[in-house]
Design a protein around this ligand. Structure first.
Ligand SMILES: N[C@@H](CCC(=O)N[C@@H](CS)C(=O)NCC(=O)O)C(=O)O
Length: 214
């Protein structure tokens, strides 16, 4: 097993570090220099035609797209723990919120921040307000009324919380999502996970070592 993550701490690859820390597998980080446009080099574009991070290579297999990387890693290395098994009925809920993050939250927040004109019935996020209410219900509700959180699947933390939670945290960081009490509390909860703290420390160390953001 050889997992290599092409990484820059100011990118969504920072979230993948958190995923890898949750899983607990060995991995290496390869720094990709945004300043010199290394992410657009022929080698990087050969791996990811978008020329974007994160890009992960596992035993020669390339995986891109943050949500896909999370689902892939959980299925491959933490099934039954961070990914419900295929015969577990809660797998549907896990997939649902994992895909909601890139397909609804990201464009919904971008549309709101960019004041895009969009017809609610024609776009996946409907309206910003409707999306905000759905996020709030998901992070409050847990899997059922009988199992009210603290995670998306109720008492059980899964990769869905990393994918969904990191997206919510990212959108808040760029002020593209309202800081409602439920969202603020959820971000505090996910950020307090030992693996999230470890990832934040790794990303911060790389920022300091490389003098980024100065
Ligand atoms: N849909 C992709 C988005 C990837 C993405 O936009 N990455 C940004 C950093 S967070 C990037 O590489 N930007 C550099 C560029 O496009 O030049 C994902 O979820 O992984």
């Amino acid at each position: 097993m050889a997992i290599e993550l092409f990484h820059h701490p100011f990118s969504r690859a920072a979230t993948v570090v958190w995923m890898l820390e949750e899983i607990g597998v060995p991995y290496t980080l390869t720094f990709v220099d945004f300043a010199s446009m290394q992410h657009k080099s022929p080698e990087m574009v050969a791996r990811n035609p978008m020329g974007k991070l994160p890009t992960l290579v596992d035993d020669g297999q390339v995986v891109t797209e943050t949500a896909a990387i999370g689902l892939y890693l959980a299925d491959r290395y933490a099934v039954g723990r961070l990914a419900p098994t295929t015969d577990d009925p809660t797998r549907g809920t896990s997939l649902r919120w994992s895909l909601y993050a890139p397909s609804v939250i990201e464009p919904g927040c971008a549309a709101h921040a960019g004041k895009w004109e969009a017809r609610a019935g024609a776009v996946g996020w409907g309206t910003y307000e409707h999306m905000l209410g759905t996020i709030t219900a998901a992070i409050h509700g847990g899997a059922s009324a009988a199992d009210p959180g603290p995670w998306l699947l109720g008492a059980r933390f899964t990769m869905a919380d990393v994918i969904f939670g990191a997206t919510v945290r990212y959108m808040r960081r760029f002020n593209m999502l309202d800081a409602t009490p439920a969202i603020t509390e959820y971000i505090e909860r996910i950020s307090d996970r030992p693996a999230a703290r470890a990832a934040d420390a790794i990303n911060a160390r790389i920022v300091a070592e490389r003098g980024l953001g100065r």
